[in-house]
Design a binder for this molecule. Structure first.
Ligand SMILES: [Fe+2]
Ligand SMILES: [Fe+2]
Length: 144
């Protein structure tokens, strides 16, 4: 079992977002393994920044999608994302100040707990909206 696993019950009824969430979990696991295995700081730096950038891009893409579909709870959702970004910046500062292992540890735990609870509550709420309004629900393809 990995540090954090994605389960089918985490689906938000949008393939791209599900793939993003899975990739984020993989990046969290990679950072976590990096700290546990005591990888060199250069390698830790790569994992840290990959994860940080991926989080930023995912939140942006998700917000863009929520705006496009006219999601009524967009402001609350965006505010939750902003809070995470704020917390992430604190860890990043610590990382840049040289406390790399400590910051990497904090970031992996923060993202594990934050993402799992955010996906299960707020992301799945838009998933329900997508399903109810049949947005992005592909029709069953005819079998050949
Ligand atoms: Fe979200
Ligand atoms: Fe998300």
């Amino acid at each position: 079992m990995a540090f954090v696993d994605w389960y089918p019950g985490y689906t938000v009824n949008n393939e791209q977002m599900d793939r993003d969430h899975q990739a984020l979990f993989r990046a969290i696991n990679d950072l976590r393994e990096g700290t546990l295995e005591g990888r060199p700081e250069e390698s830790l730096q790569k994992s840290f920044h990959f994860l940080r950038n991926y989080v930023i891009i995912h939140l942006e893409v998700e917000e863009k999608m929520l705006l496009e579909i006219g999601y009524p709870e967009f402001p609350e959702h965006k505010a939750a994302h902003e809070q995470l970004l704020h917390q992430m910046r604190i860890h990043e500062k610590l990382f840049n100040e040289g406390k790399k292992r400590e910051a990497a540890d904090l970031l992996s735990f923060l993202l594990k707990t934050w993402l799992v609870s955010h996906i299960l509550s707020m992301d799945r709420a838009y998933g329900k909206f997508l399903a109810t309004h049949r947005i992005g629900v592909s029709e069953t393809k005819p079998s050949r």
